[in-house]
Design a protein around this ligand. Structure first.
Ligand code: GLN
Length: 450
């Protein structure tokens, strides 16, 4: 804990932590030390964990990096937090993110941009950018983030760490601030696959507080990662994604190199077609903004956080609190979501997108019943310069999510692992996607690849 606290102090310029729980973490470390000495410490004894500012931790601030939740203190802990603490993990602080987890660069935080530790002029990705930097720069061992359309995997790729998004419903969302509830999953950022696996095994599984969580038994993921099983896999890659002219040349080359080495090792790797590719992004942005616009209606100045000081009546209180409290990107998404849900457009956009999502889900599961995994780059580019995207070209940033939204639309597990660097020394990520609840196989393969 002392080492991490020193690293946090030395790296303040990266703007990662909104709050550091120094005294609390040191005290807890002593308690855990005692339990280790007594031989009754938990599975994660001494694991120092950072938490994205969207996960509730009793008695601690929680605000999704938004002004609208200034001063809010959580009255209960998320299920994942309780499970970490039960196994003697040590929580070191809460980390910045894009406001309400909306974004791909961590520039949308009310607390300013977070810097990529590999190159300070670049973004760390988002929305769990700070959580990824924290692991990459040794400010903690593991971070918990959230992944609605890539927010754990994309920053993992941009900072050279492992980012795991499990099957939808594998981990309880109790205590996670909702962005788009049917897409949201809590995910893990770690230095290696084994750390991600052991964390998943602790936090996953049935929870009486969240009816959407699966009660499927949780495998001992960390044990299977270590098993040196020598299986030959059948792996598909979606032709257009890997051959795309929009894909950065170095990423393309690294991905094809990996494919070649898998073939040489006796795996069956082949291009596959996925005709619904063009529908991934529109479907994602219609459905997530719709869900976000309803989820965010609860922030009204009455129940949580701050209230505008200039209000005259209840109507102006709602309006002013929301106008002053939410940032630009959050407002943009509320507007988009409200539009696609409005009476005249509901069927044309929302209902249509729901139907397309079903087709995407079915087609993906079918592909993955014939293949063990789908392999693809995590991102089309490496970390980009801070300030590259603004309200004039924001759509281009949305387009960057092409490779990651697929897993969330279909509810499938996916993991990003480091796969070398581009010519400028920036990390490249490789993504493995598997069928529902096949985390065990996916993690074993990812560890073999890494
Ligand atoms: N970049 C995507 C978005 O802006 C993903 C965000 C996320 O996964 N929370 O919606």
């Amino acid at each position: 804990v002392k080492d991490y606290l020193k690293n946090i102090e030395d790296n303040k310029h990266l703007n990662v932590f909104l709050e550091v729980y120094a005294d609390e973490a040191l005290k807890r470390a002593e308690e855990v030390d005692t339990r280790i000495a007594e031989g009754n410490a938990g599975k994660l004894a001494g694991m120092v964990v950072g938490i994205k500012d969207v996960i509730a931790h009793q008695g601690h601030g929680l605000q999704a990096s938004s002004k609208i939740l200034d001063g809010f203190v959580s009255q209960f802990s998320a299920t994942v937090i309780e499970r970490l603490l039960d196994e003697d993990a040590i929580i070191i602080g809460r980390q910045s993110c894009d406001e309400f987890a909306m974004g791909s660069s961590n520039e949308n935080s009310a607390f300013g941009p977070v810097l990529n530790n590999v190159d300070n002029s670049r973004v760390p990705g988002g929305s769990s950018g700070a959580s990824a930097v924290a692991v990459s720069a040794d400010l903690c061992l593991v971070s918990l983030g959230s992944d609605t359309g890539g927010s754990v995997r994309q920053p993992a790729a941009f900072t050279g760490v492992v980012g795991l998004k499990p099957t939808y419903s594998r981990i309880s969302r109790w205590g996670l601030i909702a962005y788009a509830s049917s897409f949201d999953t809590i995910g893990v950022l770690a230095k290696n696959v084994e750390d991600a696996a052991i964390t998943l095994e602790v936090i996953a599984g049935a929870d009486e507080h969240d009816a959407t969580v699966s009660d499927k038994p949780v495998p001992q993921y960390s044990a299977s990662v270590k098993s040196s099983e020598d299986r030959k896999y059948r792996i598909g890659y979606i032709r257009e994604t890997v051959e795309s002219e929009h894909l950065n040349e170095d990423i393309k080359a690294n991905t094809f190199e990996k494919i070649a080495s898998l073939k040489a090792a006796g795996h069956d790797v082949e291009p596959v077609d996925f005709p619904l590719l063009d529908y991934l992004l529109p479907t994602y942005y219609i459905l997530t903004t719709a869900e976000a616009s309803t989820n965010l209606s609860r922030f009204d100045g009455v129940r949580y956080g701050t209230r505008s000081e200039n209000t005259e009546d209840i109507e102006s209180m709602y309006k002013l609190t929301r106008s002053e409290g939410f940032g630009e990107e959050v407002k943009r998404r509320i507007m988009l979501g409200t539009f696609v849900l409005s009476a005249s457009y509901y069927d044309a956009y929302f209902t249509k997108a729901q139907k397309v999502r079903r087709l995407i889900k079915e087609a993906s599961e079918k592909l993955l019943s014939n293949h063990d995994f789908l392999l693809m780059p995590t991102t089309a580019s490496t970390a980009f310069e801070i300030g590259k995207y603004n309200e004039n070209n924001i759509l281009e940033m949305y387009l960057g999510d092409l490779y990651t939204v697929h897993a969330n639309l279909a509810g499938l597990p996916a993991i990003s692992i480091p796969n070398g660097e581009d010519s400028q020394g920036l990390p490249i990520g490789l993504q493995v996607m598997a069928n529902r609840f096949e985390e065990e196989k996916m993690l074993t393969f990812a560890d073999y690849l890494a």
